[in-house]
Write a protein that binds this ligand. Sequence first.
Ligand code: SF4
Length: 193
Amino acid sequence: MKGNWRDNLYIVTILFFILGFVNIIFAWLGFVCMILPFVFLAKDKKKTWCQRYCPRAGLFRKVFNGRSLTGKAAPSWLTKGRGKWIVLTYFMINLFILTMSTVMVFKGRREAMETVRFLIAFKLPWDMPQLLNIGGLPNWAIHLSYRMYSMMLTTTVLGLILAWLFLPRTWCTICPISTISDISLKKMNNKKQ
Ligand code: SF4
C-alpha cells in the first residue's frame, strides 16, 4: 500500500465490523477506540486521535471525499447548535444502558441480549453469523459485546449518512468523543490560567 500509513487506518473500522461476524467478542475492541482518544488527549493536551489516527473519520474520508451529495457543510443548527449535545446525551444514555444491562446479566437478573440494535431500539432483522465458536464465554461478556457492536454500528452508520449528505467529516462536529475532549481541554486550559 502506498502513501501515508495513516491513510489506511480506515481499514481498522471495516475489520472491526467484519470481526463481529467471526465472533462478537471482538467487539470489545470498540473500547480501545473509546479509550485511546483520551489517552492521547491526556498525553498531548490536544485531540491527536481526531487529528491523526481515528479509523472512523478515515472511513468517512475514504468513502465520501469528493463524493458527498451536496458537497456543502451541514446546517449550523446541527453542527453548531444543539446537535452535539443531543448526540452526547444519546451516547451517555447508551453507555448507561450498556453498563446497567451488563451488570444485570452478570447478576443473573436478565437474559443476555444476543442481537444487534440500531439506535438502541431497532433490532436488526437478521442474526449475526458467528463463524468462530469460542467456548466458555460468560453471558455478560457476550451481552456487552453485542451492545458495544450496536453502539459502534449506529454511530458509524449515522456518520456515513452525514458524510454522504454533507462533508465527509460532518460526524466529527457532533461526535461525543470530540465533545467530551473539547470539554476536557477547556478545563485543562482553565486550570492553567
Ligand atoms: S470526532 Fe469522533 S469520529 Fe471524528 S475523528 Fe474524533 S473520534 Fe473520530
